[in-house]
Write a protein that binds this ligand. Structure first.
Ligand SMILES: [Zn+2]
Length: 151
């Protein structure tokens, strides 16, 4: 699986909702395996592997679910904390670059699982930060854009 890097125009596309969940089973498997096999990777969106669909996988880091890998399909943000924190972030698509970004401390997301069931999950700590970067990817936004906003 090849991960696209920042100059690839596909990364700027706005991802579309998944309609046929069966059609993404292999994609989800590949994305979850990538996170499983790459220790430093904590989040990966479908668009980063060339498929602009509203799907991302992430490795949870907050107890009691640390180490678990989950996949969110058609995620929608339904709540955010007013409290913000400074987050120093890297991205698989922007190798060697780290950007400090102001993110919400907590985020409530509604999404579908691969089996089609819909759930709501409140992400906190590092998990909340990861979700916000992945949601940015789905809109075609990269961490380097925050760097440019500050200049
Ligand atoms: Zn990223």
């Amino acid at each position: 699986m090849k991960i696209l890097t920042k100059d690839n125009p596909i990364l700027r596309q706005v991802s579309k909702d998944v309609i046929d969940f069966d059609s993404i089973k292999t994609l989800v498997n590949d994305m979850e395996n990538y996170l499983r096999n790459n220790k430093n990777a904590i989040g990966l969106t479908a668009v980063q592997v060339g498929q602009p669909l509203n799907v991302f996988s992430m490795k949870l880091r907050v107890k009691p679910y640390e180490g678990r890998i989950i996949t969110l399909i058609n995620p929608k943000v339904i709540g955010i904390s007013e409290e913000m924190i400074q987050s120093s972030e890297g991205c698989l698509s922007c190798p060697g670059i780290y950007v400090t970004i102001e993110r919400h401390k907590e985020i409530l997301v509604k999404y579908s699982k691969v089996n089609g069931s819909v759930i709501e999950w409140e992400f906190k700590g590092g998990d909340a930060l990861c979700v916000q970067q992945e949601m940015d990817h789905l809109k075609g936004k990269l961490i380097i854009d925050y760097q440019e906003e500050k200049l």
